[in-house]
Design a protein around this ligand. Sequence first.
Ligand code: TRP
Length: 402
Amino acid sequence: MTIRVLTGIKPTGTPHLGNYVGAIRPAIAASLLPGIESYYFLADYHALSGSADAERVHRSTLEVAATWLALGLDPARVHFYRQSDLPEVTELTWLLSCVTAKGLLNRAHAYKAAVDANIAAGNDADHGIGMGLYLYPVLMAADILLFNAHRVPVGRDQIQHIEIARDLAQRFNHLHGGEYFTLPEAAIEEHTAVLPGLDGRKMSKSYDNVIPLWGSSKTLRDAIYSVVTNSQLPGEPKNPDDSSLFLLYKAFASVEQTAALRQAYADGIAWGEAKRIVHQHIDAELAPARERYQTLVARPQDIELTLREGAERLRPKARVLLDALREAVGLRSLARLAAPVAGAAKAAKKAKLPRFVQFKDSDGRLNFKFMAADGELLLTGVGYADAKASASAMAACARHRR
Ligand code: TRP
């Protein structure tokens, strides 16, 4: 069975080496694996929850999209889109909000941290807290459930959000008596390196110790030369395991290269020489992508098109799900309450209509294909655990064609 893997990237700020090593590089590698349908999107609605800086969101959306494309994400192979290009995301957010217990969101980490900070500062508990922050987990659940993702690769700080998405999926399924949603699972990458920043602490925007991913070879050089080292002299043996410079190198170099630098440390390499080696190595790895990045950023209209096409391809799928959900919650056509007209069913039978072909997926789930009268495949469902969910999706699909 095809596993759907989905993850959102918040466009806030300019990507740095820590983002590359910790998130972007492993995600792009995973997108190339067989048997996986990947969804990568720019979570621009989420970016609004913490900032009113429109220019920053705009610019960062371009930079982040260009970064992923330059580093090898292939929009022909994966779904690459912008959250705000799918109106179904906000529509689903509302339907989910209506099954969300307020108390559940009161316990969400980010909201609770903001409340705790207010109380510590002697302010009103909800001082300065917007509904964007409060509903953040519901919006994120909508991202995930809209495509019934199985797996969601995220950092540890996001695990609670995936749990909330599971909760809401379960609750909706239960309240409306069907398997509308698949329960997603968090996929935590245990082996990715945590890069040290310029000061030796974890590389992070909030510590202001980052090495930007892009820029020139010269700006990269300047940043790497400013990584903190100690005052040991050339010739003195140095400890690689408490050296940020060494850890930085390790995240980019092969096992053999890393062993060679380890040896050079033991042999008393000078800090200046070590910095030269590290810069040269990272620079060589990034140079081709840096060139692609510059080209991409210079043509924002192309990226706009790529993102829009990515969303357009997905909208029919999203629409079918949403229509099934609308049906489930009672947002239905009033015409259906009219008394049936004699002979209407017969007439409909005669007309050449599209039809459904039902089948079982390789994982045993019910599924259907929706075919035009001439046999053209219009749409394939996403797989359903029971007949009721499948029937709702088919009904939605049929209504949509009318
Ligand atoms: N909240 C995530 C972060 O801050 C970004 C995100 C938004 C996301 N929607 C998502 C991640 C859906 C995974 C799935 O990193």
